[in-house]
Structures are given as C-alpha cells and as structure tokens.
Ligand binder design. Sequence first.
Ligand code: NI
Length: 396
Amino acid sequence: MTMLDEAEALLPGMVSLRRAIHAEPELGLHNPRTAARIRETLADLPLEWREGPSTSGLVATLKGGANGRTVLLRGDTDALPMQEDTGLPFASIIKGAMHACGHDSHVAMLAGAARLLSARRAQLAGTVIFMFQPGEEGHHGARYMLEDGLLDPLPDAAFALHVMPNAPHGLVSGKAGPLMASADKIRITITGKGGHASMPHDALDPVPIACEIVLAIQSWVTRNVPIADPAVVTIAEMKAGSTDNVIPESAMLFGTIRTLSPQRRSAVQQGLKRLAEGIAQAHGASAHVAFTPGFPVTVCDGRAVEFGERTVKALLGAEGWVTLTSPVMGAEDFAYVLEKVPGAMFFLGASHEGDDWRQCCALHSNRMMLDESVMARGAAVHAALAERFLAEGFAA
Ligand code: NI
C-alpha cells in the first residue's frame, strides 16, 4: 500500500480522535485531557515520551532502524476562548471554548503520522520527534517547550501543517522566507486632565488626542513603511470615560502590529512611540507607549520548502502543491522552532470537496468547519516529509 492508502485506512481513527478533542477543547499552556487522549491513542506504538514542567506538551520519539538524522513534526493542541456556533453533533461541550483554529485536526493528523511511521520503523534511517504542543494561541507554548529542553538535542529539520478551511480542498501550499508575521501588542495611554464636560477649557481632554493618534498612525504607516517590507497596524480597542458629562483624565488605545522582518518590527515600534508622544505633547498632554512582544516572524527555510514541494508532488501529484505568492499576516508560534531549526510550515486546504472555498468560514470563526477527510492527506504528508528527510536530507 502507498503512504496515502495507509493514511486513508487510518482516517476513521483520526476522525474519532479529532471529534473527541473537538468536543472538549482546552485553552492555554495546559491541555491535560487532550494530552491524556494522545497518550492513550498512541499507547501501542514504540514511542518514548517526554514532558516538561512548564506545559502539558508532549514529545514522542520514534527511533528508526538506523541511526541518522532527526526530524521533528509538530501539531498544536489548544483551542480558542470563544463560543462555538457550528451546530455539529460533536460541537464543544465546554462553554466559551472552541477548536476554531483546527488544532484538533492537527493532533489527529500527527497521531496518524506517528502510526504510519511506526509501521515503517525498521526502514526509517533516523529518528522522528512528534511535538504535541499546547499554548499556540498567544501563549508561547513552543517557546516554553524549547526552554524546558524538550527538543534537545535540536533536530536537523522541523515541519508543521496548518489546516485552512477557506483554501481549496486537499491542496498543500507554502513559501520560502517569511510565511507569517510577527505580532506585537501596542498599548498607548494618553493622560490629560479630567473635568466637567461643559467646561473643556478647564480640563485637558485626552479623547480628541487619542482620536488624532489613531488617524495619524494610519498615515504614518502608509508614508513610512515600504510595501516590500510591510507592516499592518490596527488599533482595535479604545477606552475612555465613564459617562457623558465627565471629561476623563486618560484614554487608552490597544492594537496589534504585524511585520515580516526584525528591522521593520523595531522601526515601527520606534516610529509609533515618537508619533504618539509627539501628538500628545503638542496638545500639552502626555502619552505612554508600551509594547508586549508576541510571536516572531515565521521564516521558512528555502531548502525545506523546496524539499516539501518535491515530497508533496511525489505523494499527491503535481496538482497537489501550490506555491504561495505572499505571506499571511497572522502569527504562529512554530516561529520559535524555526528560529532554531531549519524547516517549514505548510498549509493544507480543508474546505469541503466541491464547496466554494472562498465562502467557507475562516479560521477563528465561530462557524469554522473542516472537511475531516483531508486529515488522511495531512497525516500522509507529515509521514512522507519525515521518511524522505531521514533518507535524503534536504538534498534534491
Ligand atoms: Ni492555529
């Protein structure tokens, strides 16, 4: 049987694992029920398991028939703090938690790959590491697992797959270089002087200053950021005041900054700080600008992407691969792994076969649904990447 046929045979098991995890989503760095399900599902396989103190993350090691390279495959395990509205029979039974980013399917595909590769263990020319990682949704789970030493000694290559419900069914896509953005939080506090809303001349109203800063940020981005090394800045939340007849002392702005290079990341931070402080000062008020660093840029190694393209085409045919022409400005904490290990993340189209994928609900939607049948492809792609890398490395 081919890898794909074997994966198709494992699909019912992957579907039931995915549905069980989907029904009981867990948030953040500790996903104990999910971890227990993974251990239980794979208990019959010849895997060595490791855990660290900081998260419920699991690392399972499969030693092949020969010593050689080591390759890491990663699946994230956590869900999002939001209510599910899909109406699926296996919809979340946990209030305010939903697997809206498809990480339930990532677990199932990685478990499938562990089974596919265990069956070929004797022929594997090295070691496969399966990284089941919690805390992807802004919690830096990958960084904690690295800091806990769970990936030491570092593997020679690392791969991850992410499902995309609004992309053509079953197609695998990727690109060399920056694939996803860095994501930093910005918080601007404008401080003036409170007073009576009927006598603004006796106060120093921070509200119009905050509004001016929001608009100035948009001009600043278009006039300062080259399109070849872009940035997205969105002020998504404004807070000021408590009632209609009081000028508040302060106003706050919260937003996100997305960039694709470390240089742009720091230039945008410096520029926005100067801009906000300068505008507030011009009005006799003050602004305090704070940044909370999020995930770094997800950078895919050119050799790993070429290797991935060859592997996917050999597995699924030439039409199974799409080279992306532009990055996605979302962020991904697999970036931490790719900072240390050459590798790549690929996307797997998971719209229902025959559906107009452009109409499908996107990731993080309360109505996000996947075609579970693509999980067979996902498991086969994972397994083929590992098997081939162990045999040949990135070499063509
Ligand atoms: Ni995700």
